[in-house]
Design a protein around this ligand. Sequence first.
Ligand code: NAD
Ligand code: WQD
Length: 358
Amino acid sequence: MSNENPTGKVARDAAQGTEQARKVLVTGGGGYIGSHTVLSLYAAGYQPILVDNWSNSNPVVLDRLETLSGMRPMHYKLDLRDAAGLNEVFTNNEIDSVIHFAGLKAVGESQHMPLEYYDNNVVGTLNLLSAMRGGACSKIVFSSSATVYGDPESVPITEQASLRATNPYGRTKLMIEEILRDLSASDPQWEIAILRYFNPVGAHASGSLGEDPNGEPNNLVPYIAQVAVGKLKQLSVFGDDYNTADGTGVRDYIHVLDLAQAHLSALEVLVPEHGCKAYNIGTGRGYSVLEVIKAFELASGQTIPFEIKPRRTGDIATCYADVAYSKKALNWQAKFDLQTMMADHWRWQKQNPKGYSE
Ligand code: NAD
Ligand code: WQD
């Protein structure tokens, strides 16, 4: 474990009055959703403390966060599977609550490396929960995924829909959800919010924080963005024979800044007797692959060449959230529309054609 914490910067942060702020441990805080949430935490007056092993992110993000927030994030380079290191973090900091993003997230990769996924995601989470218990911290917001609904019986999907993940990645999310429900049932002290994200896209409006996939992107919008910037030649559209309006897959895309805000709302609802609750985090409306391409073309002024290819194994036709419960219970609602998501994603890609590795 290493704690790069340049003393001058910390002193300055303290001088700015963050000493009294509630400390929120953000696992995976260097990643795509984590980094945006760190910024929102600063804006709301919390003191985020990042833990990341940088396996799927770049420490340059710390410089970007410092520029945007005026604060150098306190951070530990640490793998969640390092139980002793994690315990030390809780011993050395009075952590109020945890937002747990750290995990591997590629569906295809998880099918080739299931053991690595179970080890990283499930063992990492068990260590985290044990360290929290040792450090007397019982509030956690967990990054789950709409993938736990598998191929849903109907849309929009409510939180009561049956849970049945269809790949190892999804099963790690489902297992962690079950662990959290068991933990909550065992001890009412735990205050747990499970956020089931739909399809996060977009970037901070400055264009200096965004999604920076390793290698060829698996997801639609990062792929389109790399075609638009000239890094990739053309997009493959996986199937145009689904039972949807134009035959291509329909998903509930949500702006990463709306997602970040949902974590703040979730932290607010964590109170004793909260128990363990799951919330859908989406916009409540779906867009097809062709609609997304069109919106990105409009935002970027670029033509996105594409070819219709066979369906991708494991894909479903349509997936979008029923957000009535999260709206009411979290007092939260997504604000950004598809066009803004695409414009912000494009700004990030255009300003950082090679992601953080320039
Ligand atoms: P990301 O890969 O950008 O961020 C995850 C971060 O966790 C990375 O910085 C990585 O280095 C770190 N990490 C991974 N394993 C770790 C470990 N063992 N110890 C310490 N750090 C570790 O991914 P993201 O898109 O920001 O996703 C964040 C979370 O949200 C993940 O749990 C993911 O499964 C979940 N989620 C993501 C999406 C999506 O489409 N992006 C959708 C639903 C759920
Ligand atoms: C969206 C649509 C594709 C790429 C995945 C995970 C899910 C969650 C979010 C973490 C689909 C089509 C895609 C491409 C395409 N992640 N597509 N060409 O599959 O809904 O969800 O990310 O939890 O678990 O499964 O998102 O962006 O990959 O696909 O035509 O090159 O775009 O078929 O209809 P998906 P996606």
